[in-house]
Design a protein around this ligand. Structure first.
Ligand code: GLN
Length: 211
């Protein structure tokens, strides 16, 4: 299994290192034709306007990858890329890949200075009986999901009352940066989800973390 990581800007090296920790090879994707060589794709966090400019020539290929039902995970700026609609940005905004039937707010929590870390719990992450698994969420100029449709399944507990992770079919979006921690739960979760997508047993849209 080869996982591609869009390597135009942002935390792609950190994602490749996190994949290595769970025993999976991640390769840098810089050209549209490299998408043909990968089964799954991660779009990292970074600065989404810059990334969108650099990805300019790749949008058709990225949309096709999503349309074909291949598993894609967007973290932070990557979540913005995957949303069907983004608000909280300058007029015109940036190009989106789309596919996640939700609206994101690009900088919901404010500027870099309002970046924060929080301990969150998400039932869907848990492989054990008896309660949700916790994880350390790193939010850097983070977006949130304002609206997601429909069948919203509340998964989280904690202080924040916004949606910070969603999953719809072959797509996963998280507002935070698991690749900047040593915790591999979210990378394992994506690989499990990707396996389910390939087997055709994936869920429809669920909000998997609203803490
Ligand atoms: N909100 C940022 C943007 O619009 C994304 C921040 C991030 O990926 N850490 O680009």
């Amino acid at each position: 299994m080869v996982v591609g990581v869009l390597a135009l800007q942002g935390s792609f090296n950190e994602h490749i290192a996190a994949l290595r920790r769970v025993g999976v090879k991640g390769i840098e994707v810089r050209k549209a034709e490299q998408l043909e060589k990968v089964s799954f794709l991660i779009i990292p966090g970074g600065e989404s306007t810059t990334m969108a400019k650099l990805a300019h020539f790749h949008f058709l290929a990225l949309r096709e990858f999503v349309r074909l039902g291949k598993p894609v995970w967007g973290t932070c700026a990557g979540l913005i890329f995957l949303a069907d609609k983004a608000v909280g940005q300058k007029e015109g905004g940036q190009e989106l890949v789309g596919g996640l039937d939700c609206t994101v707010h690009r900088n919901y929590f404010g500027s870099q200075l309002q970046s924060f870390e929080a301990c969150l719990s998400v039932a869907e992450l848990s492989s054990k009986e008896g309660g949700p698994e916790t994880f350390h969420g790193v939010f850097i100029r983070a977006p949130t999901v304002l609206e997601a449709v429909p069948e919203v399944k509340e998964g989280g507990q904690g202080g924040l009352k916004v949606i910070v992770a969603v999953r719809q079919g072959n797509l996963l979006g998280t507002a935070f940066h698991p690749e900047l921690t040593s915790d591999s739960q979210w990378h394992s979760y994506f690989l499990k989800m990707a396996g389910e997508v390939e087997e055709g047993t994936s869920n429809s849209i669920v909000t998997i973390a609203s803490s």
